[in-house]
Write a protein that binds this ligand. Structure first.
Ligand code: HEM
Length: 547
């Protein structure tokens, strides 16, 4: 362990490469022999050609086994999480935690933060993992050595591939760069102005429902309401879907698909059981794809039927264009076809997934924490009233984005709920080449689990880490930019593309709800977190009465 981490990153040792080398030599040998014993050599060559796929698979298998043994050899030197079994690693404690407290994500957080800055070794079935909860190694994974850490699609995202496909979240390399560039353009500042109006209309619709039960003592379950609201916002921002269409398509097609994907992440066998649920899921995915592709086609046709000038399709003149319009504006006519449609369909579904449940979770936990603390609720409510009154004085129907910057405490509460509840509690990456993390050697092929919750709950990084304190973030941006101890949207080149949209939408929603209503928690079960789903949602909904 004397050499520096960077010396070892490019360590070329690969068992597979070695065996491949040998196979090339065998081929050359056979070619030479061809000139000496023609007949026999021809037979050997024919056999080798026929058996090549088998041979290659065998080579791969040997390489995989040697790689696995190598990982085992190196990772054995690391701190090992409790409950290890020589045959199946930590599978038993992790699966025992499913559906219980502390749940799987809590275990990752405890294990990693207890040993930080060192990584902790975890083995899930035969998969070798390390869990980290320290800003320094996390910065290396997300930023300074990002090329060495790929998305672990076959592990973490596998159950969600029906939705994510090859969209931005799962793509890599050049394809990711191209897509990220295109979508960042589409999410430019102008669309954020529209998000203020879209979110205002959505929260106004929720306010109508709340008005009906105001003062009656009747309960409302806000988690589901927030889910529908954030779907309406993202549906309108991406596709200009009307709230009615959003409420029709999403609960019938999209949400059941998401539910099944979520279940498959902890019960992987569901993806192979050909029962009714399996076929229903398959059918819904097909229908959702057809629905989204139809929307893309209609939009493309419309765009080109009204195009007056030959180059008009290369630009976006309408400042209120939705995200689909903006992305389509980048597609040259010559390139449009089924492949582009399929890719865009994945992109749109990715946005739906990435952009609604996370935002809904943030709204849920913020409302819950404020409802528990009347003095904090009072500060937030007064701030909301003040900002909206000031903007009304300027005769504005809705506050501008600048005006909304005055909602400092509410934004602090939203950011604090993302820290305390860590709605995305873990993010995983695959180590593509040998590296050092927290001073320990991490061999190629190891799965790196970044315990976002572990970092967010470390008492040495966050004073009174278990307390909800929005003021941490008021007038203090330092914890979010650069020191890698605040990671709800992760950091570095692959950070969340929708974070500004999410925080803007949420502050509009929170401010409008708080200035108009008083929320009182109506069930004991309200604070309980779901133990199986990511993003972290309430276990049994979240119920309030309103005055
Ligand atoms: C509170 C709300 C949100 C949270 C906590 C959140 C969290 C995250 C996290 C943790 C990642 C990194 C995932 C990984 O690398 O494995 C991510 C990526 C991403 N998020 Fe968000 N997100 C939120 C809202 C949104 C919204 C509203 C959108 C869309 C409008 C969005 C779009 C994306 C996209 C496209 C990526 C992939 C970026 C890339 O790989 O280049 N997110 N988000």
């Amino acid at each position: 362990m004397g050499s520096s981490p960077d010396d070892d990153v490019n360590d070329d040792f690969s068992a597979r490469r070695f065996v491949e080398h040998v196979s090339e030599r065998v081929l050359v040998g056979a070619l030479l022999a061809l000139f000496i014993h023609q007949k026999e050599s021809l037979i050997i060559l024919a056999l080798m050609t026929l058996l090549e796929p088998v041979f290659q698979k065998a080579v791969e298998a040997v390489g995989d086994i040697l790689g696995w043994l190598r990982r085992l050899h190196h990772l054995r030197k690391l701190n090992c999480a409790p409950g290890y079994n020589a045959f199946i690693g930590h599978t038993v404690p992790l699966f025992k935690a499913v559906g219980k407290y502390p749940c799987t994500w809590d275990l990752f957080a405890f294990w990693s933060s207890a040993k930080a800055p060192k990584p902790v070794r975890v083995q899930i079935f035969t998969r070798h993992c390390v869990v980290i909860a320290d800003p320094e190694p996390i910065k290396r994974v997300f930023n300074s050595n990002i090329k060495n850490y790929g998305k672990d699609t076959e592990f973490a995202y596998n159950p969600f591939l029906d939705i994510l496909g090859t969209g931005l979240v799962t793509s890599e390399g050049e394809s990711w760069k191209r897509q990220r560039g295109r979508i960042s353009q589409a999410l430019r500042m102008e669309i954020l102005d529209d998000v203020v109006d879209i979110a205002t209309r959505a929260v106004d619709r929720l306010c109508v429902k709340l008005e009906k039960i105001r003062g009656t003592g009747e309960e409302i379950e806000l988690a589901e309401e927030f889910r529908l609201l954030t779907l309406q916002v993202i549906g309108e921002a991406i596709l200009s879907l009307s709230p009615e269409e959003s409420d029709e398509v999403m609960p019938n097609l999209y949400l059941p698909i998401m539910e099944e994907c979520n279940r498959r992440s902890l019960e992987p066998w569901r993806a192979y059981l050909p029962n009714k649920e399996y076929f229903d899921h398959k059918d819904r995915v097909k229908k959702l794809n057809a629905y989204v592709i139809k929307l893309i086609r209609q939009r493309w046709k419309l765009k080109h039927s009204v195009t007056a000038t030959p180059n008009a399709d290369d630009s976006i003149d309408n400042p209120h264009a939705d995200i689909l319009d903006r992305v389509l504006a980048d597609v040259p006519k010559s390139e449009y076809g089924p492949e582009v449609e399929r890719q865009m369909c994945d992109e749109i579904k990715t946005f739906l997934l990435a952009g609604h449940e996370t935002s809904a979770a943030m709204l849920i936990w913020t409302t819950w924490e404020l409802a528990k603390a009347p003095e904090k609720m009072k500060i937030a409510t007064e701030e909301a009233k003040k900002v909206y009154k000031n903007s009304e004085k300027k005769n504005k129907k809705t506050p501008s984005r600048d005006d909304l910057n005055g909602l400092e405490y509410i934004v602090g509460a939203l950011k604090e709920s993302l820290r305390l509840y860590s709605v995305v509690p873990v993010v995983t990456r695959k180590c593509l080449g040998d590296d050092y993390l927290g001073g320990e050697f991490i061999p190629k092929g190891t799965t790196v689990i970044i315990s976002v919750q572990g970092v967010h709950h470390r008492e040495d990084l966050w004073e009174s880490a278990q307390a909800f304190e929005p003021r941490r973030f008021v007038g203090n941006e330092t914890d979010e930019t650069g020191n890698y101890s605040y990671l709800p949207f992760i950091q570095g080149p692959r950070n969340c593309l929708g974070q500004y949209l999410a925080l803007l939408e949420a502050r509009v929603v929170m401010a409008n709800l708080l200035r108009k209503f008083k929320f009182t928690s109506s069930r004991e079960t309200n604070g309980a977190k779901h133990t199986k789903m990511i993003p972290i949602a309430p276990a049994d909904g979240i119920w309030f009465t309103v005055d």
